[in-house]
Design a protein around this ligand. Structure first.
Ligand SMILES: [Zn+2]
Length: 162
């Protein structure tokens, strides 16, 4: 299930593999934030932004362009107070954001991911989609049914898929 927790775990794994200062909690927290940030577009769902639009869920914030931009901003920010080079931070944060897109493109519900936005608004899935999509409903993420993986999507439950 590609839930916020799943994205966070992948980000922690990416940071750990790159052996970034284990005690630099800010470095880790930013990597986790990078991995979860693309789903901030789900807020648009409650603001009336159509799912399939540029700013809709899995739209621009799930693109490679957004990944490059967000990771570069974060790397510049963290590098001012870190001994880790900006380029190394950027590569780790870029992988964290892109891991989100890869996982979402492997889910079995919702719309695909606009990987090439803003140049191409087509939503893509990988041909191999073994991950059951999770609900973006807060009650499904933290509520008593959190452990149950739901197959909700826009057409199914009215809430977008992660
Ligand atoms: Zn997502």
């Amino acid at each position: 299930m590609a839930s916020p927790l799943t994205h966070a775990v992948v980000a922690v794994t990416i940071v750990a593999v790159h052996d970034l200062q284990p005690r630099a909690s800010r470095t880790w927290l930013v990597a986790i934030a990078c991995a979860i940030a693309p789903d901030l577009d789900a807020l648009g769902y409650w603001l009336g932004v159509p799912y399939e639009s540029f700013w809709g869920h899995r739209g621009f914030t799930h693109s490679m362009a957004f990944a490059v931009l967000l990771s570069w901003i974060c790397a510049n920010w963290i590098s001012h107070s870190s001994a880790i080079s900006r380029l190394r931070l950027w590569s780790v944060y870029l992988m964290a954001v892109l891991s989100h897109d890869v996982l979402d493109a492997m889910t079995d519900g919702g719309l695909g991911v606009a990987l090439f936005s803003p140049l191409d608004q087509t939503r893509y899935f990988f041909p191999f989609r073994p991950i059951q999509v999770s609900s973006m409903s807060l009650s499904d993420v933290v509520g008593p049914t959190a452990s149950a993986c739901s197959q909700t999507n826009v057409s199914g439950s009215g809430s977008p898929a992660a």
